[in-house]
Each structure stands twice: as C-alpha cells, then as structure tokens.
Design a protein around this ligand. Structure first.
Ligand code: SF4
Length: 339
C-alpha cells in the first residue's frame, strides 16, 4: 500500500493511469443530476502535499515508474487551481515520471476560461495535454434546467481555446438528460457545439438519474418526463445524424449505454453506427423491450447476444412475471447502479 491520498473516481479510459489527487470534490458541486461529491466540501490540496505524493509514488514504483504513460489529476475539476501551482506539479511529475506521455484531468469550461492563452499553452507544453469535459448538452435550456452553471457559448469558446493551446478534448455528453420534451433539442443543440469544437473524442452516456440527486428525486416523484431506453436510442440516432464536418472518435465505453456496439471514427463510421441503431429500432416492440431489460439485468452485452435462446427465454420469463413493472423506471434504476 502506498500512503497517498486518492479521490473516488476517474474516467473509464484512465484505468491504467497514475492517479494524483489535487483537489477534493468539485468546485461547483451543484449540478442537479450529479451526486458524485455530495457531502464533500471542496478543497484544494497544497502543492507541497501533492508533490509529496508524487515522490512517494516514485519511491514505491522505482524503476517501474517508467511503465506509467499517463497520469490523471483528480478530483472533479483539478483544472480549477491556479496555473502556477499546476505548473509546479507538472514539472515535478515530469522529473519523477519522465516516461509520461499524457497528463489528463476533468476540466469545467469556466475553469478553462479563467486561464489566459499563454497559461493554457504553458500547461500543455508542461504535459497537461488532455482535458475531459462534462459538457452534458449543448442546449442552454437544458444547461439551465440541470444547473450546470455554463452556457453553450462558453462550451464552444473554452473548447476552442484548449484546442488552440494544443490540448486534446474528450467531451462527455448525456443522452436523455432533457427528458422526452427536450429530447430533440438535446440531440440537435449538443451536435451543434460538438460540430463547432470538433473534439478528438465524443464520449456518450445514457443518463442515469440517481436517487441522491435533485433530478433523481424528480424522477421518483414523476416530475421528470423520463425517456425509455428506446426513446434515448432515437435521441442518439438524431444526435449522430446531426454530427457533420468533424473528425472525432465516437467513444462508447461505459456499460450504462444500451448499444455498446455503436462506436467509431467520424465521418467514415457514421453510416455503420446509424445502421446498428436502425437494426435495434426496427425490431418488434417486444424484442426491443427484451433487449433493454436483458441488458440491464446483465444477460446481454451486445445485440447479437439475444440470439442465445436460453438467455432470451430467461428475459422473456422475467418480463412476463413482472407485468406491473414500469420498465422505463426499472432501466433507469439499473443504470443508476452502474455509475
Ligand atoms: S457534474 Fe461535474 S461539474 Fe457538475 S457537480 Fe458533478 S463533478 Fe461537479
């Protein structure tokens, strides 16, 4: 065991990275769909403490330090701290982990906009070269409803600033975050900001409304017009259709998503991704429900898994034995347990 402080999460793609905690919690911590840091007061660790952790890691790993090719800076928005502190940390990281090719972190748009062009460039040159941004949606109406504290204009402006500095961008978007009434708007407006920024990675998630959040409580009270899995897939189809003139990877790496096979490079894989979605949407209502419930119960991983007769029968039996279940709510509850 290494005696370093760690935060609770990291993006799925950072599973092999060195984890270094710079802040505790999230500087904003007010999004209505997010329960990650509820009850945790935001604080910034001192630069000395963080540098101590780097030295402890280096002593522990010794020659194996060169195995680490990337480091993820925790927690919710480590990019929020002043550039000069970030630079001290990055220089120390480089000294003790010279093989690092990427340093990454979550970054809110307003934290990016607080940095000057020169600071952004210096940070990128010092190794902080990949930002994960939870933009969630490009709709100002939805951004307000979820209390994200940013606007679509800020998303585009900050994204372009980070790209100009040479940073790679991963944009997390939430399908289903607007509910039924704002589904079309979510798809169209989110595609607009993505098209304007052309990030290297679009990372889609089906929204999971957790009970410890305001929107989760709204779902429980029936105050939020929750979409079914099929409706979220329809939204995903419209979103992909609207993505034009960009060269992003459409990344689908989280189990919370229904159709895990929808992934690829734009524009060349757009047709294939839409064909997979259409193959799901063209199934009978019974089969679509069977797949959604089977996925959420863990019987299936991909659409082709429905061909396994024993598993298909088990899912059908489960649906028949639970005639009063609201499967839209059920699927949301299952998704919420996955994040
Ligand atoms: S979604 Fe991100 S910005 Fe919003 S409260 Fe959660 S960690 Fe903070």
């Amino acid at each position: 065991m290494i005696d370093v402080e760690l935060g609770p999460i990291r993006p799925p793609s950072e599973h092999q990275s060195l984890l270094l905690r710079l802040t505790r919690g999230c500087s904003w911590n007010r999004c209505f769909f997010c329960g990650l840091y509820k009850g945790m007061r935001f604080s910034v660790r001192s630069t000395e403490e963080v540098i101590d952790d780097i030295k402890k890691y280096a002593a522990y790993y010794g020659e194996r330090a060169s195995f680490f090719k990337s480091c993820f800076l925790q927690d919710g928005d480590a990019f929020n701290i002043p550039a000069k502190d970030l630079l001290s940390i990055l220089h120390t990281l480089k000294k003790y982990f010279p093989a690092l090719q990427a340093v990454t972190t979550y970054a809110r748009c307003d934290s990016i906009l607080k940095k000057t062009e020169t600071e952004l460039q210096a940070l990128c040159e010092a190794g902080l070269n990949h930002l994960y941004r939870g933009i969630e949606t490009g709709s100002d109406t939805i951004l307000q409803k979820i209390n994200k504290g940013i606007t679509a204009e800020q998303i585009v402006k900050s994204g372009l600033a980070a790209k100009k500095a040479g940073m790679t961008l991963s944009e997390f978007t939430l399908l289903g975050i607007g509910g039924k009434s704002l589904s079309e708007e979510n798809a169209i407006e989110t595609a607009k900001v993505i098209n304007a920024v052309n990030p290297e990675f679009i990372r889609v998630h089906h929204t999971a409304f957790k009970p410890n959040t305001k929107l989760g409580r709204d779902v429980e009270k029936g105050l939020f017009d929750l979409q079914s899995e099929e409706e979220i897939v329809c939204e995903q189809k419209l979103f992909i259709e609207q993505l034009t003139d960009i060269t992003s990877y459409y990344v689908n790496e989280h189990i919370v998503n229904l159709l895990l096979e929808v992934r690829g490079k734009l524009p060349e894989d757009k047709g294939t991704m839409l064909a997979i979605i259409n193959s799901y949407l063209s199934m009978s209502a019974e089969d679509k429900l069977n797949f959604a419930v089977g996925r959420r119960l863990g019987y299936y991983y991909y659409l082709k898994d429905m061909q396994n007769e024993a598993e298909n029968t088990a899912v059908t039996k489960y649906i028949k034995e639970n005639p009063n279940t609201d499967f839209t709510l059920f699927c949301n509850e299952c998704r919420a347990e996955m994040i």
